[in-house]
Design a protein around this ligand. Structure first.
Ligand code: HEM
Length: 403
């Protein structure tokens, strides 16, 4: 059902209003990256006002988005500038601005650095092989449930230290936060996740381990330890960021490979190209929609922003912007350097990108080694869930020949 559009505030020119509802647009239901890019980049202004869901701005083009994301003094991540993201305690480091942001980013940054993540490759590959060994003889799988909700999520749970027995609860809270249009529901998910994680944190203070939860209990900002709110806010963000995103990107990537047997064959025949091909696949498979709040009244590129305005960045659109990518809707493994902003831009660029890239590469490498050809069952269309902050395929039934 359509949410009710608000009256347009007087300061917004009608030329900047476009009829797009980020929770309910019909284009979100099928290949949202291509269909929403077409709709918005061909018809809407680079920055437009959507009158739905309380009314907010949306940025459709890469260069404008990157420029705005680099100006936290105007487009802030602090909750007080965006009433749609009022969470207590605030999530860290994502709801902070420079200079304190850098301090909050440090602890997780070290544990998720390229070097630290490289140490995990052996275990991640062994886990990918274990999953494939179970799936291969069946000749089919429902990828989202059997791989997307298993492979990256179990890796994340192990790294964070949260017990696997609680995975269903944690995934459902991340889903509620990510896809509920109402702020009260998102706040409820954050509150419940916070309660759960506080118990885990108390346990790590009593019995330290080598997991991310323990790391957070031992982290400092400047020369003082994090306080209880900061610990909780950092843990909550980590779980919201780590539980839904990789599953969603990975599932879109595997949908694209299954729908394009020729591209899949190329990876089977040339595994050394998977690293670059993966960037092209990611360019077409972005999922996240970060937000900022406007800090004061000003005009930017002809757009009259007001203090407290909400601004949504649809990162999946930016790699499909025809001003930065030729033939943007085509999957083309021969592009010299695919460009995308799937992991965001500016100071808040994703801290988990090295882990996510490793998981995606290893899974494609192992999958193409084990399964020489695959397709989507009955060539059916893949339905997507586009509500909210992260897009995802609803289901992905894959089939292959068993020899
Ligand atoms: C393919 C999967 C992923 C995608 C598409 C993704 C996307 C993003 C985006 C767009 C941002 C920027 C948000 C903003 O500007 O407000 C971000 C930030 C962040 N991501 Fe990811 N993410 C992914 C995986 C992960 C994983 C696996 C983790 C944790 C293990 C993680 C942890 C974080 C953290 C902590 C931040 C906040 C960084 C900061 O505020 O400085 N992400 N992510």
């Amino acid at each position: 059902m359509r949410s009710e559009a608000l009256a347009i505030p007087a300061h917004i020119p009608t030329s900047l209003v476009f009829d797009y509802d980020m929770y309910r647009a019909p284009q979100l239901g099928h290949d949202p990256q291509r269909t929403v890019s077409r709709l918005l980049q061909e018809n809407a202004p680079d920055v437009f006002y959507s009158p739905y869901n309380g009314g907010h701005w949306i940025v459709t083009r890469a260069e404008t988005a990157v420029d705005m994301l680099r100006q936290p003094d105007k487009f802030s991540s602090l909750p007080e500038h965006n009433k749609h993201r009022e969470f207590k305690p605030r999530m860290l480091p994502i709801q902070s601005d420079p200079p304190e942001h850098l301090e909050y980013r440090k602890p997780l940054g070290e544990r998720l650095s390229p070097e630290a993540v490289r140490q995990l490759e052996h275990d991640i590959r062994a886990f990918a092989r274990e999953i494939l060994a179970g799936l291969y003889p069946k000749g089919r799988c429902e990828f989202v449930q059997e791989v997307g909700l298993r492979f990256p999520i179990a890796i994340f749970m192990r790294l964070s230290g949260a017990p696997m027995k609680d995975v269903k609860l944690l995934v459902s809270l991340a889903d509620k936060y990510t896809r509920s249009p109402e702020l009260v529901d998102r706040q409820d998910a954050v509150r419940r996740l916070g309660q759960y994680l506080n118990n885990e944190l108390r346990d790590r203070v009593a019995c330290p381990r080598s997991d991310l939860l323990t790391l957070i209990t031992q982290s400092k900002v400047g020369d003082r330890p994090l306080n209880d709110d900061e610990r909780e806010g950092m843990c909550v963000l980590l779980f919201l960021a780590g539980l839904d995103t990789v599953k969603s990107v990975l599932s879109f990537i595997f949908a694209r490979l299954a729908q394009s047997p020729e591209h899949y064959r190329r990876l089977v025949a040339n595994p050394e190209t998977i690293g670059t091909a993966m960037e092209e696949l990611m360019r077409l498979s972005g999922v996240s929609q970060p937000e900022r709040g406007v800090t004061h009244d000003f005009v930017y590129r002809g757009v009259p922003f007001r203090k407290g305005d909400r601004v949504v960045f649809i990162t999946p659109l930016y790699g499909m912007d025809d001003r930065v990518t030729e033939n943007p809707f085509e999957l083309d493994f021969d592009r010299p350097m695919p460009r995308h902003w799937v992991f965001g831009a500016g100071t808040h660029r994703c801290l988990g990108s090295h882990l996510a890239r490793l998981e995606i590469r290893v899974l494609i490498e192992e999958w193409t080694k084990a399964i020489p050809a695959m397709g989507v069952e009955n060539n059916q269309a893949i339905e997507a869930e586009g509500r909210g902050l992260v897009w995802t395929p609803k289901a992905l039934p894959l089939v292959w020949q068993v020899s």
